[in-house]
Design a protein around this ligand. Structure first.
Ligand SMILES: [Zn+2]
Length: 169
């Protein structure tokens, strides 16, 4: 499991070690920066909406709907877009929960991510899963969530309950 490329992305010369490193051939500086994501914790009373991941990484684990930002897309916009794409739902972001550094294993790379979570409510639509993304959904108890697909999700759920302890019983 590598961290990132072993060759310069600008001139293809071999890199002497994993980034951060400057290419010895062209001088291009390679960094390892976290990639931002946006996710929605859709809350209904004391429960939240979880989906079971249909694909790797972490296939079969309970997940919170969300995904990577496209280029310059703000994380909040990514969160709303992912809810639309994965669930067929229009959501309103009620409150920012927090952002957390995590890691994501994909395509034989381990990359840092900056996961941003919002508490959200459904404003329109009927829940229709994108079956390439998720095999099922469930409303799970905020007070006793199962281990989630990514550690940042465990932390966001705990923080959500801690921020509003009376709102989720
Ligand atoms: Zn180079």
């Amino acid at each position: 499991m590598t961290v990132t490329a072993r060759f310069c992305s600008r001139c293809a010369a071999p890199l002497p070690h994993h980034p951060p490193v400057a290419c010895p051939a062209c001088g291009y500086a390679h960094w390892v920066n976290p990639r931002p994501t946006g996710s929605v914790v859709i809350v209904d009373g004391s429960r939240f909406l979880a989906v079971r991941r249909a694909r790797e990484p972490r296939a079969g684990w309970w997940d919170i709907p969300g995904g990577f930002c496209d280029a310059w897309e703000p994380p909040a916009d990514a969160a709303v877009r992912e809810a639309r794409e994965e669930l067929g739902l229009e959501v309103r972001l009620d409150r920012f929960i927090g952002m957390y550094i995590g890691e994501y294993h994909y395509q034989d790379e381990r990359v840092p991510v900056l996961d941003c979570f919002w508490r959200a409510s459904v404003v329109d639509g009927d829940l229709t899963l994108d079956e390439t993304e998720a095999s099922e959904y469930a409303w799970l108890p905020l007070a006793e969530p199962p281990p989630m697909a990514f550690a940042t999700q465990d932390r966001a759920l705990a923080d959500l309950v801690a921020q509003d302890p009376d709102g989720h019983r």
